[in-house]
Design a binder for this molecule. Structure first.
Ligand SMILES: NC(=O)c1ccc[n+]([C@@H]2O[C@H](COP(=O)([O-])OP(=O)(O)OC[C@H]3O[C@@H](n4cnc5c(N)ncnc54)[C@H](OP(=O)(O)O)[C@@H]3O)[C@@H](O)[C@H]2O)c1
Length: 338
């Protein structure tokens, strides 16, 4: 009998690779302490904030972060700026409100807005720094979610191979059951996979396993029969409620464009990260695609932080209510890019 997939128990909090040395203390660190060692400590602190039930008891956390009544934790003022930037990029994804899920979408695109060629080739639009960032976001997440198009084209693993940290539950939206059972998400044993499929077919009959489909639950794969909206899409608020009941609240929506756009269009994303690579594809698969706004004033203009990742620029957009810039003076200031 297959297991019901839910958030794995994380006690002790850090399911990370073996610790290979003493943990440097930022407070006690001499000026010569290499930034890499501090960054490794900062990463451990972020994992603890995301996954530990009692992060305030973790000395790495208290060493590098300070409690903040508004946002929970923030980077300590005395840290060097690159380390603060590192912590500040990931801390918003570590904070959960009491009842609301936290959803961050990500797309890596060319300068002209394509996430893949027309044929679906996307490995790799962005460079190694952004790929490592993806692995970090996965490690902080309870679940990573992709659409069927991404699995069909990329056969991704969605694991955390490049950074220490737990692999999230993998969630695939495949309403029509078009994916074959050979995909690595269904066979690699690296993490559980939740396959979201329509509970009925187009004629209203209970959906059976398609000939090429995953034929039933296994220890690794659970099929979640989905509620559909009137236009035949998976009911995303329903899906979020299902995931929340399983303890999957911190969600990383990793693509592709159709899937990220569906969450964005329904106002379900907390943040959207778009990494822009110095690449021109010409014509390809689009990233964000939304219904046209009636005028420019009603286009989305979220508050934004910009990070350099190798040759790429990451635009980290805050989509929560009240986070839009109103075109006042702060918006006229140049954004500091490091
Ligand atoms: N550069 C990047 O950041 C990045 C990231 C990921 C993927 N990619 C590339 O992007 C391409 C795939 O992206 P894509 O936009 O074409 O497809 P996608 O978003 O990966 O998958 C779209 C499909 O997922 C299902 N789906 C998603 N949301 C749904 C909803 N609310 N209700 C019902 N079904 C839903 C539908 O499956 P059905 O069609 O079966 O109905 C839909 O057609 C590939 O070429 C991949 O290599 C690039």
């Amino acid at each position: 009998m297959a297991k019901r997939i839910s958030r794995p128990s994380r006690q002790p909090p850090l399911d990370v690779r073996p610790d290979t040395g003493p943990r440097p203390s930022a407070a006690a660190a001499p000026a010569s302490t290499p930034l890499g060692a501090l960054t490794a400590s900062a990463w451990r602190a972020l994992l603890a904030i995301a996954h530990s039930p009692q992060p305030h008891r973790d000395p790495t956390v208290t060493d590098l972060l300070q409690p903040d009544p508004t946002v929970g934790w923030r980077s300590a003022d005395r840290l060097p700026p690159p380390l603060r930037d590192f912590l500040d990029l990931y801390l918003p994804f570590c904070r959960l409100a009491a009842h609301a899920p936290l959803l961050v979408g990500h797309l890596g695109q060319s300068l002209d807005g394509c996430i893949a060629t027309r044929a679906g080739e996307s490995c790799f639009v962005t460079g190694p720094a952004n790929i490592t960032h993806l692995h970090r976001m996965r490690a902080l997440a309870d679940a990573v979610l992709v659409g069927a198009g991404t699995v069909a084209h990329d056969d991704p693993r969605l694991t955390t191979r490049l950074v220490p940290g737990p692999c999230p539950v993998r969630v695939v939206l495949d309403p029509r059951g078009r994916l074959g059972r050979h995909h690595r998400l269904f066979t690699d044993g690296a993490a559980p996979t939740l396959l979201v499929r329509a509970s009925t077919d187009a004629d209203g009959h209970a959906a059976g396993p398609g000939p090429a489909g995953v034929n039933g639950p296994t220890d690794q794969v659970e099929i979640l029969p989905a509620a559909l909206t009137a236009d035949g899409a998976i009911d995303l608020p329903w899906l979020l409620a299902c995931l929340q009941r399983r303890g999957l609240r911190r969600l990383f929506i990793e693509g592709g464009g159709v899937t990220v756009s569906a969450f964005l269009a329904q106002g379900l994303l907390t943040r959207l990260q778009i990494a822009v690579a110095p690449l021109i594809i010409g014509q390809g698969r689009p990233g964000v695609s939304l219904p046209p706004p009636p005028d420019l004033a009603r286009a989305l203009r979220p508050a934004c932080r910009v990070y350099r990742m190798g040759d790429d620029m990451l635009y980290d957009l805050e989509l929560t209510a009240g986070a839009a810039h109103g075109g006042t003076d702060p918006g006229l200031l140049p954004v500091r890019i490091r």
